[in-house]
Design a binder for this molecule. Structure first.
Ligand SMILES: Nc1nc2c(ncn2[C@@H]2O[C@H](COP(=O)(O)OP(=O)(O)OP(=O)(O)O)[C@@H](O)[C@H]2O)c(=O)[nH]1
Length: 393
């Protein structure tokens, strides 16, 4: 699947930068264009793989290249004012060659959390291609302002995009380590999971898959909106030549080990799918109640088979209660591992989101209370002034 990626803020820029690197390293063919947008000049200068002309500094007249300091209302205002500058960088993207836009952003800061939903709304008005978001939730040790920003931005972002893929930093923090300490590893994890998912629709180099995942299947799984999470599991394998693959499956060629190999391959697939679905998701949640799902099995063609994928698909249908579970191969010769990636789209039972919604409600109530108090104080002040004036005459 070919994407135009736009990274907002420090986290968004770094993650898109890593996607570009991943794309080159694996010849994945998913990043058709990459743009980084920020209010902080230093963050843009720290990027390595996104070309300089695709790094856009916004809000110069307001914050002089120094960032918005976690003020996401200011971030949103700046994005509204400078959306044409971002559009300028997107104008050179051959949009007819991309399947979708992906806006990547941390939701806890000011620039990304404020700007990402603004750009999503803008792109949806202009283009017919789907606009997806990849939103990163802050660690709970980052402080109240980050949680509040995330709570507010999450609600707006999910409304503006066609689907919001979520990664929760908090769930990926290592015990005893602050989330900042492990960003490199976390970003690797993000890019690996989403790289395989989006790469599935872009097989190059003459690989033949038995039941190939098409980008339309990714789009259909994400259609309908809501929030998505991704599971992943992998197992190292030895690359074998000419044992199975589509050719031998089509010609029916067999050897003595074929029965055993097929059973082993099938079992490996079903076990990896269970591990991916029941292990740590990018956004931890109950998988029961998921609206749509897509299962991608990546690895050397000899280690992929339809039977394993079919069984796993049925298992996933039972676990999620969804009637819309798609599945297929992503053949990668020479990968040295078989991996299962599961996209769960339209998840509903997510404790972290409930927590964020609660934070947003409480914050709104506090704001209302403060407003009411200051109105009452103002009224009292006016009455006091009137009384004072009356006593003067
Ligand atoms: N996964 C991941 N998360 C990050 C990274 N850097 C920052 N974050 C998270 O993203 C949130 C937003 O931080 P930034 O992206 O630095 O903020 P910003 O959008 O640039 O906004 P300002 O700095 O306030 O202008 C933080 O709360 C962190 O949780 C990163 O490299 N990887």
């Amino acid at each position: 699947m070919k994407l135009a990626m736009i990274g907002f803020g420090q986290a968004g820029g770094k993650i898109v930068d890593k996607f570009v690197e991943y794309d080159k390293r694996h010849d994945a063919g998913i990043v058709k264009a990459a743009v980084a947008v920020n209010t902080a000049k230093a963050d843009l200068m720290g990027l390595t793989h996104i070309p300089e002309e695709k790094r856009v500094l916004i809000g110069q007249s307001r914050v002089k290249g120094h960032g918005v300091g976690a003020d996401n209302e200011l971030g949103a205002e700046i994005a509204e004012e400078d959306v044409d500058e971002v559009q300028g960088a997107i104008d050179s993207v051959p949009v007819h060659e991309v399947d979708a836009f992906l806006i990547v952003s941390g939701l806890g800061g000011g620039t990304g959390s404020g700007s990402a939903p603004v750009l999503a709304k803008h792109l949806k008005r202009i283009y017919t291609e789907p606009v997806y978001g990849l939103g990163v939730l802050p660690g709970s040790d980052e402080g109240g302002i980050y949680t509040l920003n995330a709570a507010r931005s999450f609600q707006t972002f999910v409304r503006e995009v066609d689907n919001l893929l979520v990664f929760d930093n908090d769930a990926w923090r290592k015990t005893g380590e602050s989330v900042q300490g492990g960003y490199d590893e976390i970003n690797e994890e993000i890019v690996k999971r989403f790289g395989i998912l989006f790469g599935a629709g872009e097989v190059t180099g003459g690989e033949v898959a038995e039941s190939f995942v098409d980008s339309s299947e990714i789009i259909n799984t994400l259609a309908g909106g809501g929030v998505s999470t991704v599971g992943y599991a992998r197992e190292e394998v030895e690359e074998v030549q000419n044992s199975g693959g589509l050719l031998s499956r089509l010609t029916g060629s067999k050897n003595e080990d074929d029965g055993l190999d097929t059973a082993r391959t099938t079992n490996r697939i079903t076990s990896l799918v269970r591990k991916a679905a029941l292990g740590r998701l990018t956004l931890p949640c109950e998988i029961d109640g998921t609206e749509r799902a897509l299962l991608v099995m990546a690895g050397p063609p000899a280690y992929l088979n339809r039977k394993g994928i079919e069984r796993s698909r049925k298992w996933l249908e039972e676990q999620t209660g969804s009637m819309e579970v798609r599945g297929g191969d992503y053949p990668v010769t020479g990968s040295g591992f078989v991996a299962s990636v599961i996209l769960l789209s339209g998840v509903t039972n997510v404790p972290r989101i409930k927590e964020l919604q609660q934070v947003a409600i409480e914050a709104q109530e506090n704001i209302d209370e403060i407003n009411q108090e200051s109105e009452t104080n103002l009224d009292n002040l006016v009455h006091d002034d009137e009384d004072e004036l009356e006593s003067l005459f």
